[in-house]
Design a protein around this ligand. Structure first.
Ligand SMILES: [Cu+2]
Length: 151
């Protein structure tokens, strides 16, 4: 009997620390060994002050061979940001240092690893076209999607 009451208390405690709105202000996206993301679009609810993207590499290859990151910019900036990222190199996670065009980015991860990034939605405008992509050399042609600020 005592054990049951403890379980009830634990459930209540966990619920209290995870408000219902949190699920809508976060998304998980997977990258794999076939150089693919598992989502073509991400919609950010306008009610979120902050938004979290959790990147999970579900493959097995190391980050030196099949590394993935998640980089967000305006769609018009995707190619130049990706080009500058390649020039920046692996030590900088293939993102140019202090690149103002980059709204948010994770680090580069390998198979079995995860990383996440939280950014302020104040950086996003309704009606603007945003794209996310992997800036590992050669990946952005396949690994990309669109992000929009929803109503
Ligand atoms: Cu990649």
């Amino acid at each position: 009997m005592a054990m049951q009451w403890k379980s009830v208390f634990l459930v209540l405690a966990v619920s209290a620390t995870a408000p219902a709105w949190a699920a809508d202000c976060a998304v998980e996206i997977e990258g794999n060994d076939a150089m693919q993301f598992n989502k073509p679009t991400i919609s950010v609810p306008a009610s979120c002050k902050q938004f979290t993207v959790k990147l999970k590499h579900v493959g097995k290859l190391p980050k030196t061979a099949m590394g993935h990151n998640w980089v967000l910019s305006k769609t018009a900036d995707l190619q130049p940001v990706a080009n500058d990222g390649i020039a920046a190199g692996a030590a900088k996670d293939f993102v140019k240092e202090k690149d103002a065009r980059v709204i948010a980015h994770t680090k580069v991860i390998g198979g079995g690893e995860t990383d996440s990034v939280t950014f302020s939605t104040a950086a996003l405008k309704a009606g603007e076209a945003y794209s996310y992509f992997c800036s590992f050399p050669g990946h952005s042609a396949l690994m990309k999607g669109t992000l929009t600020l929803a109503k």
